[in-house]
Ligand binder design. Structure first.
Ligand SMILES: [Zn+2]
Length: 467
Protein backbone atom coordinates (compact mmCIF):
# COMPACT_ATOMS: atom_id res chain seq x y z
CA UNK A 1 0.00 0.00 0.00
CA UNK A 2 2.69 2.41 1.07
CA UNK A 3 4.85 1.21 -1.78
CA UNK A 4 2.03 1.75 -4.30
CA UNK A 5 1.44 5.31 -3.19
CA UNK A 6 5.10 6.08 -3.45
CA UNK A 7 5.11 4.73 -7.01
CA UNK A 8 2.04 6.77 -7.84
CA UNK A 9 3.64 9.88 -6.44
CA UNK A 10 6.82 9.27 -8.49
CA UNK A 11 4.79 8.79 -11.64
CA UNK A 12 2.76 11.85 -10.88
CA UNK A 13 5.84 14.01 -10.50
CA UNK A 14 7.25 12.72 -13.75
CA UNK A 15 4.10 13.86 -15.56
CA UNK A 16 3.31 17.46 -16.61
CA UNK A 17 2.52 19.66 -13.64
CA UNK A 18 -1.20 20.08 -14.29
CA UNK A 19 -1.47 16.28 -14.40
CA UNK A 20 0.62 16.16 -11.24
CA UNK A 21 -2.02 18.11 -9.35
CA UNK A 22 -4.79 15.85 -10.62
CA UNK A 23 -2.85 12.68 -9.88
CA UNK A 24 -2.16 13.83 -6.34
CA UNK A 25 -5.81 14.63 -5.82
CA UNK A 26 -6.82 11.26 -7.31
CA UNK A 27 -4.37 9.27 -5.19
CA UNK A 28 -5.26 11.38 -2.18
CA UNK A 29 -8.93 10.78 -2.85
CA UNK A 30 -8.31 7.00 -3.13
CA UNK A 31 -6.34 7.08 0.10
CA UNK A 32 -8.92 9.24 1.84
CA UNK A 33 -11.62 6.85 0.61
CA UNK A 34 -9.78 3.87 2.06
CA UNK A 35 -9.17 5.73 5.32
CA UNK A 36 -12.83 6.76 5.44
CA UNK A 37 -13.89 3.15 4.81
CA UNK A 38 -11.69 1.93 7.67
CA UNK A 39 -13.04 4.51 10.10
CA UNK A 40 -16.62 4.28 8.81
CA UNK A 41 -18.54 6.89 6.81
CA UNK A 42 -18.64 10.44 8.20
CA UNK A 43 -16.47 9.42 11.12
CA UNK A 44 -15.31 12.47 13.08
CA UNK A 45 -11.91 10.82 13.32
CA UNK A 46 -11.39 10.58 9.52
CA UNK A 47 -8.60 13.00 8.40
CA UNK A 48 -9.58 15.64 5.87
CA UNK A 49 -8.40 15.31 2.22
CA UNK A 50 -6.26 18.41 2.73
CA UNK A 51 -4.46 16.82 5.61
CA UNK A 52 -3.82 13.67 3.59
CA UNK A 53 -2.40 15.68 0.68
CA UNK A 54 -0.24 17.63 3.06
CA UNK A 55 1.10 14.45 4.63
CA UNK A 56 1.82 13.02 1.18
CA UNK A 57 3.78 16.09 0.19
CA UNK A 58 5.77 16.04 3.38
CA UNK A 59 6.54 12.36 3.38
CA UNK A 60 7.13 11.90 -0.34
CA UNK A 61 8.87 15.00 -1.73
CA UNK A 62 8.54 15.31 -5.50
CA UNK A 63 11.71 14.68 -7.51
CA UNK A 64 13.25 18.05 -8.29
CA UNK A 65 14.72 19.36 -11.51
CA UNK A 66 18.46 19.18 -10.90
CA UNK A 67 19.76 20.39 -14.27
CA UNK A 68 18.55 21.84 -17.54
CA UNK A 69 19.99 22.92 -20.85
CA UNK A 70 18.51 24.79 -23.79
CA UNK A 71 20.33 23.80 -26.98
CA UNK A 72 18.62 26.60 -28.93
CA UNK A 73 15.61 28.91 -28.62
CA UNK A 74 13.19 25.95 -28.98
CA UNK A 75 14.88 22.77 -27.81
CA UNK A 76 16.11 21.77 -24.40
CA UNK A 77 16.06 19.13 -21.69
CA UNK A 78 15.52 18.82 -17.94
CA UNK A 79 16.92 16.16 -15.62
CA UNK A 80 15.11 15.23 -12.41
CA UNK A 81 16.61 13.98 -9.17
CA UNK A 82 15.10 10.53 -9.82
CA UNK A 83 16.83 10.32 -13.23
CA UNK A 84 13.75 11.16 -15.30
CA UNK A 85 14.36 13.39 -18.34
CA UNK A 86 11.97 15.68 -20.13
CA UNK A 87 12.44 17.60 -23.35
CA UNK A 88 10.88 20.67 -24.88
CA UNK A 89 10.71 21.78 -28.48
CA UNK A 90 8.84 25.05 -27.93
CA UNK A 91 11.16 27.00 -25.68
CA UNK A 92 9.82 25.46 -22.48
CA UNK A 93 6.07 25.93 -22.87
CA UNK A 94 5.53 22.16 -22.94
CA UNK A 95 7.75 19.39 -21.60
CA UNK A 96 7.40 15.72 -22.52
CA UNK A 97 9.02 12.65 -21.05
CA UNK A 98 12.07 11.21 -22.75
CA UNK A 99 13.14 7.58 -22.39
CA UNK A 100 16.58 8.44 -21.06
CA UNK A 101 18.98 11.31 -20.63
CA UNK A 102 20.76 10.31 -23.83
CA UNK A 103 17.47 10.10 -25.73
CA UNK A 104 16.44 13.41 -24.21
CA UNK A 105 19.62 15.11 -25.28
CA UNK A 106 19.35 13.58 -28.72
CA UNK A 107 15.74 14.70 -29.05
CA UNK A 108 16.82 18.14 -27.92
CA UNK A 109 19.36 18.27 -30.74
CA UNK A 110 22.46 17.84 -28.62
CA UNK A 111 23.29 14.28 -29.59
CA UNK A 112 27.00 14.25 -28.85
CA UNK A 113 26.59 16.39 -25.73
CA UNK A 114 29.36 18.72 -26.88
CA UNK A 115 26.99 21.65 -27.29
CA UNK A 116 27.12 24.23 -30.05
CA UNK A 117 29.73 26.85 -30.68
CA UNK A 118 29.11 30.16 -28.96
CA UNK A 119 26.25 32.16 -30.44
CA UNK A 120 27.09 35.46 -32.08
CA UNK A 121 24.67 37.34 -29.77
CA UNK A 122 25.77 35.49 -26.62
CA UNK A 123 26.43 37.85 -23.71
CA UNK A 124 30.03 39.08 -23.62
CA UNK A 125 30.26 37.95 -19.99
CA UNK A 126 28.36 34.89 -18.79
CA UNK A 127 25.39 35.92 -16.66
CA UNK A 128 24.91 33.76 -13.58
CA UNK A 129 22.38 35.46 -11.31
CA UNK A 130 22.25 33.96 -7.78
CA UNK A 131 18.72 35.28 -7.45
CA UNK A 132 16.11 36.92 -9.63
CA UNK A 133 12.99 39.00 -9.07
CA UNK A 134 9.79 37.14 -9.83
CA UNK A 135 6.27 38.12 -8.75
CA UNK A 136 7.57 40.84 -6.38
CA UNK A 137 9.72 38.22 -4.65
CA UNK A 138 13.40 37.49 -4.70
CA UNK A 139 13.85 33.92 -5.84
CA UNK A 140 17.05 31.91 -5.41
CA UNK A 141 18.33 30.47 -8.70
CA UNK A 142 19.69 26.93 -8.93
CA UNK A 143 20.85 27.26 -12.54
CA UNK A 144 20.45 29.77 -15.38
CA UNK A 145 21.37 29.94 -19.05
CA UNK A 146 21.39 32.92 -21.43
CA UNK A 147 21.43 32.05 -25.14
CA UNK A 148 21.76 35.72 -26.08
CA UNK A 149 22.11 38.95 -24.16
CA UNK A 150 18.28 39.12 -24.07
CA UNK A 151 16.87 35.59 -23.92
CA UNK A 152 17.54 33.33 -20.92
CA UNK A 153 16.03 30.67 -18.68
CA UNK A 154 16.31 30.15 -14.91
CA UNK A 155 15.62 27.16 -12.70
CA UNK A 156 14.28 28.49 -9.39
CA UNK A 157 15.14 26.73 -6.12
CA UNK A 158 12.24 24.67 -4.82
CA UNK A 159 10.12 24.83 -7.96
CA UNK A 160 7.81 27.58 -6.55
CA UNK A 161 4.74 25.53 -7.56
CA UNK A 162 4.76 27.23 -10.98
CA UNK A 163 3.08 25.77 -14.07
CA UNK A 164 6.45 25.31 -15.85
CA UNK A 165 9.76 24.22 -14.34
CA UNK A 166 11.76 27.14 -15.81
CA UNK A 167 11.30 30.89 -15.78
CA UNK A 168 12.13 32.72 -19.00
CA UNK A 169 13.34 36.28 -19.65
CA UNK A 170 13.33 38.23 -22.91
CA UNK A 171 14.99 41.40 -21.62
CA UNK A 172 18.29 40.10 -20.31
CA UNK A 173 16.94 39.21 -16.86
CA UNK A 174 15.08 42.39 -15.94
CA UNK A 175 11.73 40.60 -15.87
CA UNK A 176 10.92 36.88 -15.72
CA UNK A 177 7.90 34.91 -16.91
CA UNK A 178 6.55 31.54 -15.77
CA UNK A 179 4.67 30.95 -19.02
CA UNK A 180 5.38 31.28 -22.72
CA UNK A 181 2.79 33.98 -23.29
CA UNK A 182 2.14 35.42 -26.75
CA UNK A 183 4.43 38.34 -25.84
CA UNK A 184 7.25 36.05 -24.76
CA UNK A 185 6.89 33.95 -27.92
CA UNK A 186 6.93 37.09 -30.08
CA UNK A 187 10.08 38.31 -28.31
CA UNK A 188 11.79 34.93 -28.89
CA UNK A 189 10.80 34.98 -32.58
CA UNK A 190 12.17 38.53 -32.92
CA UNK A 191 15.40 37.36 -31.30
CA UNK A 192 15.71 34.45 -33.76
CA UNK A 193 15.43 36.94 -36.62
CA UNK A 194 17.94 39.29 -34.95
CA UNK A 195 20.36 36.38 -34.56
CA UNK A 196 20.00 35.30 -38.21
CA UNK A 197 20.82 38.87 -39.29
CA UNK A 198 23.78 39.05 -36.91
CA UNK A 199 25.09 35.72 -38.24
CA UNK A 200 24.95 37.10 -41.79
CA UNK A 201 26.85 40.17 -40.61
CA UNK A 202 29.40 38.02 -38.75
CA UNK A 203 30.04 35.92 -41.87
CA UNK A 204 31.56 39.01 -43.54
CA UNK A 205 34.37 39.05 -40.97
CA UNK A 206 37.59 37.03 -41.17
CA UNK A 207 36.78 34.82 -38.17
CA UNK A 208 33.90 34.44 -35.69
CA UNK A 209 36.21 35.90 -33.04
CA UNK A 210 36.97 38.98 -35.18
CA UNK A 211 33.23 39.36 -35.77
CA UNK A 212 32.39 39.16 -32.07
CA UNK A 213 35.11 41.67 -31.25
CA UNK A 214 33.83 44.22 -33.80
CA UNK A 215 30.18 43.55 -33.07
CA UNK A 216 30.56 43.99 -29.31
CA UNK A 217 32.50 47.25 -29.60
CA UNK A 218 30.66 50.61 -29.54
CA UNK A 219 32.46 51.45 -32.79
CA UNK A 220 35.04 49.97 -35.16
CA UNK A 221 36.91 51.56 -38.05
CA UNK A 222 38.27 49.12 -40.63
CA UNK A 223 41.10 49.79 -41.16
CA UNK A 224 42.27 52.63 -38.96
CA UNK A 225 45.25 53.46 -41.21
CA UNK A 226 44.71 54.36 -44.87
CA UNK A 227 46.23 56.26 -47.81
CA UNK A 228 44.65 58.80 -50.15
CA UNK A 229 42.43 56.95 -52.65
CA UNK A 230 41.58 54.22 -50.14
CA UNK A 231 38.32 53.60 -48.33
CA UNK A 232 37.47 52.71 -44.73
CA UNK A 233 34.40 51.10 -43.22
CA UNK A 234 32.87 52.43 -40.01
CA UNK A 235 30.62 50.31 -37.78
CA UNK A 236 28.76 51.64 -34.77
CA UNK A 237 26.37 49.87 -32.41
CA UNK A 238 23.97 52.83 -32.61
CA UNK A 239 22.46 54.80 -35.50
CA UNK A 240 23.87 58.20 -36.36
CA UNK A 241 26.01 60.01 -38.86
CA UNK A 242 29.58 61.25 -39.10
CA UNK A 243 31.11 64.34 -40.70
CA UNK A 244 34.07 63.80 -42.97
CA UNK A 245 35.73 66.25 -45.37
CA UNK A 246 32.70 68.50 -45.51
CA UNK A 247 30.20 65.69 -46.12
CA UNK A 248 27.76 63.88 -43.84
CA UNK A 249 27.72 60.09 -43.91
CA UNK A 250 24.62 58.49 -42.39
CA UNK A 251 25.12 55.03 -40.94
CA UNK A 252 22.78 52.37 -42.33
CA UNK A 253 21.49 49.45 -40.26
CA UNK A 254 22.88 46.03 -41.11
CA UNK A 255 22.92 42.91 -38.92
CA UNK A 256 23.21 44.06 -35.33
CA UNK A 257 24.97 47.35 -36.13
CA UNK A 258 25.16 50.43 -38.37
CA UNK A 259 27.64 50.99 -41.18
CA UNK A 260 28.98 53.53 -43.61
CA UNK A 261 31.88 53.56 -46.04
CA UNK A 262 34.26 56.50 -45.66
CA UNK A 263 35.98 57.40 -48.96
CA UNK A 264 39.45 58.93 -48.63
CA UNK A 265 39.86 61.52 -51.42
CA UNK A 266 43.23 61.95 -53.14
CA UNK A 267 43.27 65.56 -51.92
CA UNK A 268 43.22 64.77 -48.19
CA UNK A 269 46.43 65.61 -46.30
CA UNK A 270 48.28 62.94 -44.26
CA UNK A 271 47.68 63.08 -40.51
CA UNK A 272 45.32 61.93 -37.76
CA UNK A 273 41.61 62.60 -38.11
CA UNK A 274 38.52 61.81 -36.03
CA UNK A 275 35.71 59.76 -37.56
CA UNK A 276 32.91 59.52 -35.01
CA UNK A 277 34.78 58.47 -31.87
CA UNK A 278 37.50 56.62 -33.80
CA UNK A 279 40.89 57.82 -34.96
CA UNK A 280 41.76 57.58 -38.65
CA UNK A 281 45.41 57.87 -39.64
CA UNK A 282 46.12 58.92 -43.21
CA UNK A 283 49.61 58.10 -44.38
CA UNK A 284 51.32 59.75 -47.33
CA UNK A 285 51.55 57.79 -50.56
CA UNK A 286 53.31 58.68 -53.78
CA UNK A 287 51.94 57.64 -57.13
CA UNK A 288 53.93 57.14 -60.31
CA UNK A 289 53.47 59.22 -63.41
CA UNK A 290 52.36 57.80 -66.76
CA UNK A 291 52.79 59.51 -70.14
CA UNK A 292 50.22 58.45 -72.72
CA UNK A 293 50.36 59.22 -76.45
CA UNK A 294 47.04 59.17 -78.32
CA UNK A 295 46.02 60.17 -81.85
CA UNK A 296 44.64 63.66 -82.57
CA UNK A 297 41.29 62.02 -83.30
CA UNK A 298 41.21 60.38 -79.87
CA UNK A 299 42.34 63.56 -78.19
CA UNK A 300 39.46 65.42 -79.81
CA UNK A 301 37.02 62.94 -78.23
CA UNK A 302 37.70 64.61 -74.88
CA UNK A 303 36.36 67.92 -76.25
CA UNK A 304 32.79 66.73 -76.88
CA UNK A 305 31.47 68.01 -73.58
CA UNK A 306 27.81 67.69 -74.62
CA UNK A 307 28.08 63.91 -75.04
CA UNK A 308 30.30 63.57 -71.97
CA UNK A 309 27.83 65.52 -69.81
CA UNK A 310 24.84 63.57 -71.15
CA UNK A 311 26.59 60.31 -70.16
CA UNK A 312 27.50 61.74 -66.78
CA UNK A 313 23.79 62.37 -66.07
CA UNK A 314 23.02 58.68 -66.74
CA UNK A 315 25.92 57.58 -64.54
CA UNK A 316 24.98 59.97 -61.72
CA UNK A 317 21.38 58.73 -61.82
CA UNK A 318 22.54 55.09 -61.71
CA UNK A 319 24.83 55.74 -58.75
CA UNK A 320 22.37 57.95 -56.84
CA UNK A 321 20.60 54.98 -55.26
CA UNK A 322 22.24 52.05 -53.54
CA UNK A 323 20.67 49.12 -51.69
CA UNK A 324 20.82 49.70 -47.90
CA UNK A 325 22.59 46.37 -47.25
CA UNK A 326 25.80 44.53 -48.06
CA UNK A 327 24.66 42.54 -51.09
CA UNK A 328 27.60 40.10 -50.96
CA UNK A 329 28.59 37.42 -48.47
CA UNK A 330 32.16 36.60 -49.48
CA UNK A 331 35.38 38.32 -50.67
CA UNK A 332 35.63 40.21 -53.99
CA UNK A 333 37.47 38.73 -57.00
CA UNK A 334 39.50 40.40 -59.76
CA UNK A 335 37.12 40.51 -62.76
CA UNK A 336 39.70 39.44 -65.35
CA UNK A 337 43.18 37.94 -65.15
CA UNK A 338 44.98 40.46 -67.37
CA UNK A 339 48.26 42.31 -67.47
CA UNK A 340 48.26 45.36 -65.20
CA UNK A 341 49.15 48.18 -67.61
CA UNK A 342 48.09 51.16 -65.48
CA UNK A 343 47.96 50.78 -61.69
CA UNK A 344 45.68 52.69 -59.40
CA UNK A 345 46.51 56.35 -58.73
CA UNK A 346 48.94 56.92 -61.61
CA UNK A 347 49.24 60.58 -62.49
CA UNK A 348 48.48 60.62 -66.17
CA UNK A 349 49.76 62.97 -68.88
CA UNK A 350 48.06 62.63 -72.26
CA UNK A 351 50.14 63.89 -75.22
CA UNK A 352 52.36 65.76 -72.78
CA UNK A 353 49.58 67.57 -70.91
CA UNK A 354 48.45 66.77 -67.35
CA UNK A 355 45.19 64.85 -67.63
CA UNK A 356 44.11 63.28 -64.34
CA UNK A 357 44.90 60.69 -61.71
CA UNK A 358 44.02 57.25 -63.00
CA UNK A 359 41.63 56.12 -60.26
CA UNK A 360 41.23 52.60 -61.59
CA UNK A 361 43.30 49.66 -62.71
CA UNK A 362 43.77 48.82 -66.37
CA UNK A 363 44.02 45.11 -67.08
CA UNK A 364 45.08 44.32 -70.64
CA UNK A 365 43.64 41.10 -72.05
CA UNK A 366 42.71 39.66 -75.42
CA UNK A 367 39.61 41.10 -77.06
CA UNK A 368 36.67 38.89 -76.08
CA UNK A 369 38.12 37.66 -72.77
CA UNK A 370 35.17 37.07 -70.37
CA UNK A 371 34.76 39.66 -67.60
CA UNK A 372 33.38 38.42 -64.27
CA UNK A 373 31.29 40.30 -61.74
CA UNK A 374 33.66 41.14 -58.87
CA UNK A 375 30.94 40.17 -56.39
CA UNK A 376 27.16 39.81 -55.96
CA UNK A 377 25.08 42.88 -56.73
CA UNK A 378 22.53 44.58 -58.93
CA UNK A 379 23.41 46.07 -62.32
CA UNK A 380 22.82 49.82 -61.86
CA UNK A 381 23.77 50.64 -65.46
CA UNK A 382 24.80 48.64 -68.53
CA UNK A 383 25.06 51.02 -71.47
CA UNK A 384 27.11 52.14 -74.41
CA UNK A 385 28.75 55.40 -73.32
CA UNK A 386 30.99 57.80 -75.18
CA UNK A 387 34.29 57.81 -73.27
CA UNK A 388 34.04 54.56 -71.30
CA UNK A 389 32.51 52.66 -74.24
CA UNK A 390 30.34 49.69 -73.28
CA UNK A 391 30.27 50.12 -69.52
CA UNK A 392 28.70 48.45 -66.51
CA UNK A 393 28.13 49.72 -62.97
CA UNK A 394 27.16 47.12 -60.34
CA UNK A 395 25.65 48.18 -57.01
CA UNK A 396 27.06 46.11 -54.12
CA UNK A 397 25.00 48.00 -51.54
CA UNK A 398 25.73 50.69 -48.95
CA UNK A 399 26.96 53.14 -51.61
CA UNK A 400 29.58 50.82 -53.16
CA UNK A 401 29.64 50.32 -56.96
CA UNK A 402 32.07 48.48 -59.23
CA UNK A 403 32.72 49.84 -62.73
CA UNK A 404 33.78 47.96 -65.88
CA UNK A 405 34.68 49.98 -69.03
CA UNK A 406 35.63 49.59 -72.72
CA UNK A 407 33.84 46.21 -73.09
CA UNK A 408 33.40 44.78 -76.59
CA UNK A 409 30.08 43.30 -75.52
CA UNK A 410 27.58 43.70 -72.68
CA UNK A 411 26.15 40.45 -71.30
CA UNK A 412 23.84 41.99 -68.66
CA UNK A 413 21.24 44.74 -68.60
CA UNK A 414 20.32 47.43 -66.10
CA UNK A 415 18.39 45.92 -63.18
CA UNK A 416 19.86 42.39 -63.44
CA UNK A 417 20.92 40.66 -60.25
CA UNK A 418 24.37 39.15 -60.65
CA UNK A 419 26.41 36.68 -58.62
CA UNK A 420 30.15 36.85 -58.10
CA UNK A 421 31.90 35.29 -61.11
CA UNK A 422 29.00 35.73 -63.53
CA UNK A 423 30.20 36.69 -67.02
CA UNK A 424 28.84 40.23 -67.44
CA UNK A 425 30.68 41.24 -70.62
CA UNK A 426 33.78 40.76 -72.79
CA UNK A 427 37.08 42.68 -72.86
CA UNK A 428 37.23 45.25 -75.66
CA UNK A 429 38.54 48.64 -76.66
CA UNK A 430 35.38 50.73 -77.06
CA UNK A 431 35.33 54.41 -76.10
CA UNK A 432 38.51 56.32 -75.17
CA UNK A 433 40.90 53.37 -75.32
CA UNK A 434 44.19 52.58 -77.03
CA UNK A 435 43.81 48.79 -77.05
CA UNK A 436 41.80 45.89 -75.57
CA UNK A 437 41.76 46.16 -71.77
CA UNK A 438 39.40 46.32 -68.82
CA UNK A 439 39.29 49.63 -66.97
CA UNK A 440 38.06 48.62 -63.53
CA UNK A 441 37.40 50.54 -60.34
CA UNK A 442 35.12 51.00 -57.35
CA UNK A 443 33.05 54.03 -56.45
CA UNK A 444 32.25 54.69 -52.80
CA UNK A 445 29.66 57.41 -52.26
CA UNK A 446 30.65 58.79 -55.69
CA UNK A 447 34.37 58.84 -54.91
CA UNK A 448 36.65 56.41 -56.76
CA UNK A 449 38.39 53.93 -54.49
CA UNK A 450 41.45 51.71 -54.81
CA UNK A 451 40.20 48.34 -56.19
CA UNK A 452 43.19 46.43 -54.83
CA UNK A 453 41.80 46.79 -51.29
CA UNK A 454 38.83 44.61 -52.22
CA UNK A 455 40.41 41.60 -53.95
CA UNK A 456 40.35 38.53 -51.70
CA UNK A 457 38.62 40.53 -48.97
CA UNK A 458 35.34 41.82 -47.68
CA UNK A 459 35.50 45.37 -46.28
CA UNK A 460 34.91 43.87 -42.83
CA UNK A 461 38.33 42.20 -43.21
CA UNK A 462 40.20 45.49 -43.54
CA UNK A 463 41.46 44.91 -40.05
CA UNK A 464 44.07 47.17 -38.60
CA UNK A 465 46.48 45.24 -36.39
CA UNK A 466 47.22 48.45 -34.47
CA UNK A 467 43.58 48.82 -33.35
ZN1 LIG B 1 41.80 52.91 -67.29
Amino acid sequence: MKQRNKTAASRAVAAPSRKLGLSLIVSAAVLAGLVAAAYGQRSALAPSIDAVIESLEVKRPAPEVVEFRMTDFDNGWLKYSDGAVKVTSDGGAQWREAASAAAGEKAAGDGDGSGRSERILAPAAEKKPASIEYGAKTVAVKQSQFLTDRIGWALPEGGLGLPAPLLVTTDGGETWHAEMTADVKAAVEAEKKREAEAELEASLYETPEAARQAMRAPSSLMPGRVSPGDVALLRQDKPGSVEWQGKTYKLQPFGSGYYTYIPIPMSVKPGDYSIGDRKLTIQAKTFDTQYLQVTKQMESMRQDTVRIQADQKKIDAARSKSEPAFLFDSPFVQPVQGVLTTPYGHTRYVNGKYDSSHMAIDLAAKEGTPVQATNDGIVALADSLYLTGNAIYIDHGMGLFSQYAHLSELRVKTGDRVKKGDIIGLVGSTGFSTGPHLHFTFWVHNVQANPNLFFGKTPQRWANPAQ
